[in-house]
Write a protein that binds this ligand. Structure first.
Ligand SMILES: C[S@@+](CC[C@H](N)C(=O)[O-])C[C@H]1O[C@@H](n2cnc3c(N)ncnc32)[C@H](O)[C@@H]1O
Length: 308
């Protein structure tokens, strides 16, 4: 009998491709009904009185690209690229030489691959499996971190999983490279166990984002500390309340088409999710964190010493 093939130890504890596809592969036509034309599915950045959703999504994308240091000639990796709005703007407006997106959604990867811009590409690949052709100058990750640890894990398991993400990002970045991250988070001290047991907690886990959980800011900073120093930390929770209300209004305005595309249950569930999460962002039981990090010089040195 031949020996079984060697298997590398899989320490990933985040959402599986099946769980991601259960949400994101509901059909591009469905998401196009309520998202803005850039197909951005994360909190926008409403500033200076702007209230147009597309303008606010572009402002958010620009914020991350600038904080990550994306300029002419730079190479960018976008972890959790969705339908590719950020990587497209990186090459068309910020002059990036190359922008690579990673997603676990086959529909999203197909959508980006249909673009005719040779400097853009999307890979159907988990960040943990990505091997860059050369180090990136910048990394962005917007609205994907929420999927990097499944629900019900002990704090130390969650922080260890986030730590592997930050170490991997630092490994893939050139010296001095920056990472710009956006994620929904629970406030510090949030009673996660009590929330998980509520009807709404069960609903989100079972019907909206299976196999996913939210971090807190201290967990993120602790996990990042070996590899990155934080440069900017913002909590723009009111931006997500506003984004979710706009999505809800647009979905309701196209309800009949939405039901025809994905069925009544999914439309009702998403309507409930947008309504309830907007309220949670209003009162601060959900936060919307935007964080810019700089790779630590010490991380580079430690790695260099470990690899003579
Ligand atoms: C809420 S969407 C955000 C998409 C996009 N960044 C935006 O702002 O519109 C989350 C994205 O994270 C991706 N994702 C989740 N877990 C991932 C993983 N382990 N590796 C790569 N992508 C992942 C999903 O496939 C999806 O594209």
């Amino acid at each position: 009998m031949s020996a079984s093939p060697a298997r590398r130890e899989d320490t990933r504890v985040g959402a599986t491709p099946e769980a991601i596809q259960a949400h994101y592969d509901a059909g591009d036509a469905f998401f196009a009904l309520f998202l803005d034309p850039t197909r951005t599915y994360s909190a926008a950045l409403f500033a200076n009185g702007a209230d147009d959703l597309e303008a606010a999504q572009l402002a958010k994308i620009d914020w991350h690209l600038e904080r990550a240091g994306v300029r002419a000639g730079k190479r960018l990796l976008d972890i959790g690229c969705g339908w590719g709005g950020l990587i497209e703007r990186a090459v068309t407006t910020h002059g990036a030489a190359e922008a690579v997106g990673l997603t676990l959604s086959a529909a999203q990867a197909r959508h980006v691959s249909a673009s005719r811009n040779a400097r853009l590409s999307a890979r159907l690949e988990d960040w943990a499996d990505h091997t860059p052709a050369a180090p990136y100058d910048a990394i962005t990750s917007v609205g994907a971190f929420e999927h990097f640890a499944a629900a019900g894990l002990a704090r130390e398991v969650r922080v260890a999983a986030y730590g592997r993400f930050f170490a991997k990002c630092a490994d893939m970045l050139a010296p001095g490279g920056r990472l710009s991250l956006q994620t929904i988070a629970y406030p510090t001290g949030f009673d996660r166990a009590a929330y998980d047991a509520t009807d709404y907690g069960v609903f989100v886990r079972e019907h909206i984002f299976p196999e996913s959980d939210l971090p807190t800011l201290p967990e993120i900073l602790e996990a990042a500390d070996d590899a990155f120093e934080p440069v900017i930390i913002r909590n723009d929770r009111r931006c997500y309340a506003r984004t979710a209300r706009i999505w809800r209004g647009r979905l309701r305005a196209r309800e009949a088409e939405a039901v025809a595309l994905v069925g009544e249950r999914r439309v009702r569930d998403l309507d409930r999710y947008f309504r309830t999460s907007a309220g949670a962002f209003d009162i601060g039981t959900l936060q919307l964190l935007r964080l810019a990090f700089q790779k630590k010089l010490a991380f580079q040195k430690k790695r260099t010493r470990a690899c003579p």
